[in-house]
Design a binder for this molecule. Structure first.
Ligand code: NAD
Length: 264
C-alpha cells in the first residue's frame, strides 16, 4: 500500500486511544503516505491523542465536540489555513447514554434520542457540509456503522436507530456530493472492544457470539477496518459511493447460529 495515499491530506475524527477504530484507520492511511489531521474531544483525550498523532507525524487540529458547531467551524478553519483543501474525511464518532444501551428500546427518552441522533448521525452531515467546501478536487468521506442498523441487536437500542439514519444519510450525501466527485461510504464494522463499545450492555457476550458464528470464526481488528478504509478512501475505491461495506468476518450473511458453536 506504500504510496497509495501520497499527496493526499485529510481529517480523521474519533481517535480516543490506541484501541479506537479511527486509530486503526489513521495507521493504515499514514502507512500509505497520507497526511493526517486529528481532532480530540476535550482535554482528557487531548493527552491521549497528541502522542498518537506524533507517532504518525499527524497534525492535531484541536478540540471538537460535535454538539458545539462552533468547534467544528474552528477545526475546519484551521485545516483550511494549514492545507487549503482536503482529499478525505473520516467520521468515527458516536455516543449514547450508557443507561439506554441496556434494557428495552421502547424506554428511550426524548433527550437521549435527540442527543444520540445529533452526535452519532447528524454530525456526519454537519462535517460533510464543511468538508465539501475543502474537497475542491473531489474526495472521499467515510463514516462507521454497525449491523444493529439493519437487525435488532441486544442492548443496541437507540444507537441502532441512529445508525439506520446514518446509513440513509450516506446514500443521500453520496447523491448530493457525487457531482463534485466526492464519494461517501460507510464501513459496518463487526464488534471490537473499544471505549465506546464498553458502554453497550453484555458486550463481551456479543463479541463471543460473533466469534463463534461469523464465517471466519473470529472478530475483526481495527487494522482490518483500517485496510478496508484505505480502499474506500484511496483511488482504489474510485468507483464506489453510497456503499455500506461490511467488515465483520462475514457475520451479516449468517441466518442462524452455527451448529458447532459452543454455548456462551
Ligand atoms: P471510541 O470510543 O474509540 O471512539 C468513539 C469516538 O467518538 C471517541 O473518539 C469520542 O471522543 C468520539 N465522540 C463521542 N462523542 C463526541 C462528541 N460529542 N463530539 C466529538 N466526538 C465525540 O470507539 P469506536 O468503537 O472506535 O467508535 C468509532 C465509531 O465506530 C463509532 O461510530 C462507533 O459506533 C463505530 N462502530 C464501533 C463498533 C465497535 O464494536 N467498537 C462496531 C461498529 C461501529
Amino acid at each position: 500500500t506504500q504510496g497509495l495515499m501520497a499527496g493526499k491530506r485529510g481529517l480523521i475524527m474519533g481517535v480516543a486511544n490506541n484501541r479506537s477504530i479511527a486509530w486503526g484507520i489513521a495507521k493504515a492511511l499514514a502507512d500509505a503516505g497520507a497526511e493526517i489531521a486529528l481532532t480530540y474531544q476535550g482535554d482528557a483525550l487531548r493527552k491521549r491523542v497528541e502522542p498518537l498523532a506524533n507517532e504518525l507525524g499527524a497534525q492535531v487540529v484541536g478540540h471538537c465536540d460535535v454538539l458545539d458547531e462552533s468547534t467544528i467551524d474552528d477545526v475546519f478553519a484551521r485545516i483550511e489555513k494549514m492545507w487549503g483543501k482536503i482529499d478525505f474525511l473520516v467520521h468515527a464518532v458516536a455516543f449514547s447514554d450508557k443507561d439506554e444501551l441496556t434494557g428495552r428500546y421502547v424506554d428511550t427518552s426524548a433527550d437521549n434520542f435527540r442527543n444520540t441522533m445529533q452526535i452519532s448521525c447528524y454530525s456526519f452531515t454537519s462535517v460533510a457540509q464543511r468538508a465539501e467546501k475543502l474537497m475542491t478536487d473531489g474526495g472521499s468521506m467515510l463514516t462507521l456503522t454497525y449491523y444493529g442498523a439493519e437487525k435488532v441487536m441486544p442492548h443496541y437500542n437507540v444507537m441502532g436507530v441512529a445508525k439506520a439514519a446514518l446509513e440513509a444519510s450516506v446514500r443521500y450525501l453520496a447523491v448530493d456530493l457525487g457531482k463534485a466527485a466526492i464519494r461517501v461510504n460507510a464501513i459496518s464494522a463487526g464488534p471490537i472492544k473499544t471505549l465506546a463499545a464498553s458502554g453497550i450492555g453484555d458486550f463481551r457476550y456479543i463479541l463471543k457470539w460473533n466469534e463463534y458464528n461469523a464465517p471466519l470464526r473470529r472478530t475483526v481488528t481495527i487494522e482490518e477496518v483500517g485496510d478496508a478504509a484505505l480502499f474506500l478512501l484511496s483511488d482504489l475505491g474510485r468507483g464506489v459511493t453510497g456503499e455500506i461495506q461490511h467488515v465483520d468476518c462475514g457475520y451479516h450473511i449468517v441466518g442462524m447460529k452455527s451448529v458447532d458453536a459452543p454455548d456462551i
